[in-house]
Design a protein around this ligand. Structure first.
Ligand code: GTP
Length: 171
């Protein structure tokens, strides 16, 4: 198809899952911010990856801001959903958040690609991508292209594999 030059994407996930760290890794060197502070509400970042301009809305993982994120659902052409694979206590919360997202009227009928990063794979006791896919019930997503990829946002491992899939799926 025709390659898009600018795409709007959403970066979602619970607080502390690694969203800001991932965005920071995807941005070019000169854009990198040195210190990442916890996001309050919403962070808008623009960066180029493989010649595609991305506008990323990095949503704070705090549910109280959900009303704020929903405004961006309609105009987004893809979703990156970040999961802390070592946070086994909150994986049920992740599933609930994913259910809410997938049932949203501005998401449910649209064939937009979803990339799942099973982040923090470097930590001991982190869940495998297969395990996470099972717990989250990803197989039920039949109307949207999706992909799950293990990542370590601290050293960048896995981010390229995921981003390449995403860029292909979105353009
Ligand atoms: P909110 O802004 O609160 O929603 O958090 P966030 O999802 O943007 O997470 P952030 O990028 O701020 O990362 C949270 C913490 O996890 C930071 O201390 C990061 O350094 C750390 N972190 C992120 N990715 C990884 C990873 O792959 N492995 C490990 N060990 N730590 C990570």
């Amino acid at each position: 198809g025709i390659k898009k030059k600018e795409v709007k994407i959403l970066i979602l996930g619970l607080n502390n899952s690694g969203k800001s760290t991932i965005v920071n890794h995807l941005k070019s060197e000169e854009d990198k911010v040195l210190n990442i502070v916890p996001t309050v509400g919403l962070n808008v970042e623009k960066f180029k990856y493989h010649n595609v301009g991305f506008t990323a809305f990095d949503m704070s993982g705090h549910g109280k801001y959900r009303d704020l994120w929903e405004h961006y659902y309609r105009e987004s052409e893809g979703i990156i959903f970040v999961i802390d694979s070592s946070d086994t206590l909150r994986i049920a919360v992740v599933r609930d958040e994913l259910d809410i997202l997938l049932q949203h009227p501005d998401i449910v009928t649209r064939r937009i690609p979803i990339l799942f990063f099973a982040n923090k794979m470097d930590l001991r006791d982190s869940l495998s991508t297969v395990k996470i896919a099972t717990i989250l019930g990803l197989e039920r997503i039949e109307d949207k292209p999706w992909h799950i990829c293990a990542s370590n946002a601290l050293n960048g491992e896995g981010l390229q594999e995921g981003s390449e899939w995403f860029t292909q799926a979105i353009c």
